[in-house]
Ligand binder design. Structure first.
Ligand SMILES: [Zn+2]
Length: 331
């Protein structure tokens, strides 16, 4: 078995259904982005189509190898092109499922980011979900199952994936990126249980952004106006960056709350900054921290909801008000 990280329970259930021949014909694999849902879907296809599949290592197997590489005639792994899956693609997949398997017991289609199947294509897909051809199996993989039509969702067997634990992500980061355990633990804490997000956060850009945001929060009311406006301009160049900056700020609040309320050390996210965070936790009252959190939530909601909003202005106001709150004056 290749590494299925934190999804052993899900994997065991799938394996049991395969052994007992109790599989459904259509599945919905849902859960956070970047936690390995697609990987488990591919392993499920291997499990169903390889007579030698056992839960022990057999990476040398030719059948599984072709499935994993997308070279097996009976298994298709579909990903959106230019951010969507259109009706002609769905029709092609439907015709693929209609034919009997060439080599394997099942014809399998795995659609990654299935929430990007457009509405017309989802409606077309319904026909296959209502009357699936014999020996066919379809797995829709998504981090946004609410974007699928209720009529589609209701015809799928749901398999929910939990976020990965901090220790699983830490271990993976150390393995993949060859970084220190301490650094890995900090990045893992910031990743909300997603290995994909953790890898993104480990990139130079994200590391620098986090440092700038943390410098601001740690300096509090001593942070100068010019660097504040510079930071604001830097983070508001695009929406993603501003969201990231707010997310980093939220972890600062969470850490201070944890320290203030005597929560376990292991729950602190910014472990590398703990010596700076401790005195700050003493310095601010809970009310002040909640007010800062609300300022960030409001900023986030504004930028998220309005398309033509002046991000830089929202960001300026947000940072200024946070600084004002940190100086002990009511914002
Ligand atoms: Zn195999």
């Amino acid at each position: 078995m290749t590494d299925i990280l934190g999804h052993k329970k899900v994997f065991d259930v799938l394996e049991k259904s395969a052994t007992d021949r109790q599989t459904a014909q259509s599945y919905l694999f849902s859960g956070k982005e970047g936690i390995g849902k697609l990987h488990v879907a591919i392993e499920f296809a291997c499990m169903l189509n390889c007579p030698r599949y056992t839960p022990t290592d057999h990476l040398e197997c030719g059948i599984c190898d072709r499935i994993r590489k997308g070279n097996h005639p009976d298994v298709r792994i579909e990903t959106p092109i230019k951010g969507s899956i259109k009706i002609d693609r769905v029709r092609y997949l439907q015709s693929f499922l209609k034919y009997s398997p060439v080599e394997a017991p099942f014809r399998v289609i795995i659609i990654d980011d299935a929430h990007l199947i457009n509405r017309a294509a989802q409606n077309a897909l319904l026909k296959t979900l209502e009357e699936p051809p014999a020996y066919s199996l379809m797995i829709l993989v998504t981090s946004r199952s609410s974007h699928l039509l209720p009529t589609v969702r209701s015809r799928l067997r749901k398999v929910m994936f939990s976020p990965l634990t901090r220790s699983v992500i830490t271990k993976e980061l150390v393995r993949i990126k060859n970084i220190s355990e301490e650094e890995a633990q900090t990045v893992a804490g910031l990743s909300s249980g997603s290995l994909g997000r953790a890898l993104e956060l480990h990139s130079a850009g994200a590391t620098n952004l986090r440092k700038s945001v943390m410098d601001f929060f740690n300096a509090g009311s001593n942070f100068g106006l010019a660097p504040l406006l510079e930071l604001s301009a830097q983070v508001s160049v695009d929406q993603r960056k501003l969201f990231d900056a707010i997310e980093f700020g939220m972890t600062w609040i969470r850490d201070l709350m944890t320290l203030k309320l005597g929560g376990p050390h292991s729950s602190v996210i910014n472990t590398d900054l703990i010596d700076i965070l401790r005195p700050s936790a003493q310095h601010y009252s809970i009310e002040e921290l909640l007010r800062i959190r609300d300022l960030m939530s409001n900023g986030l909601a504004l930028v998220d909801s309005e398309t033509n909003i002046n991000r830089n202005l929202v960001s300026d106001v947000m940072f200024l008000r946070i600084r004002q709150t940190m100086s002990g004056k009511s914002a």
